[in-house]
Design a protein around this ligand. Structure first.
Ligand SMILES: Cc1cc2nc3c(=O)[nH]c(=O)nc-3n(C[C@H](O)[C@H](O)[C@H](O)COP(=O)(O)O)c2cc1C
Length: 158
């Protein structure tokens, strides 16, 4: 049975969008029905109705979410909707050069979603831009395991 997955993209210079598009292609084999949505203009009601989400976001400033993600992030914090029917994963893009705030954008979304009762599937995938690996390749290698975990937790059989 195909999974419905929405990938929400927080990005400043497009890397997270590339990662999301690579995942959309990689999963486009009947395994999952993927919708990629830039976070621009979104608010907490983007999670209304629940479902399966991947937060794919970079980090800027003092460990902040990127500009296009701010409205969604603040809306989650201010409105605190009940997201008990939301399951999510996090792909956090960052750079270890920023040692104190490494991948904080993704970690912030994780904390905000958990505070609303949403449940994370698997560990956060943190990508280090200074590691010399391509984030889309790392994410593609990771996502199969994450989808398998999601199926397990949602009790869907292939
Ligand atoms: C001005 C600036 C500030 C950044 N601040 C952080 C940071 O605090 N923590 C971190 O882990 N990465 C930080 N990064 C790294 C980016 O999050 C990383 O390069 C990411 O891959 C960019 O993805 P994007 O193109 O989707 O925005 C920063 C990058 C820039 C250019």
């Amino acid at each position: 049975m195909a999974l419905d997955l929405t990938i929400l993209v927080g990005t400043m210079t497009g890397t997270a969008q590339l990662v999301a598009q690579a995942l959309e292609l990689a999963l486009d084999d009947g395994d999952a029905r993927v919708t990629v949505r830039p976070m621009d203009g979104l608010a907490a009601d983007a999670f209304a109705g629940g479902g399966l989400f991947l937060i794919c976001t970079s980090t800027y400033g003092q460990g902040d979410v990127p500009d296009n993600a701010k409205q969604l992030y603040e809306s989650l914090q201010n409105e605190r909707p009940d997201l008990a029917d939301v399951r999510y994963g996090v792909i956090a893009l960052g750079d270890r050069t920023y040692a104190d705030t490494f991948c904080n954008g993704g970690r912030r979304f994780d904390a905000a979603l958990a505070a609303c009762g949403a449940r994370r599937i698997g560990e956060i995938l943190c990508h280090d831009a200074s590691a010399g690996t391509m984030p889309e390749e790392v994410a593609e290698a990771w996502v199969g395991g994450w989808i398998a975990l999601a199926r397990e937790q949602l009790q869907l059989t292939a």
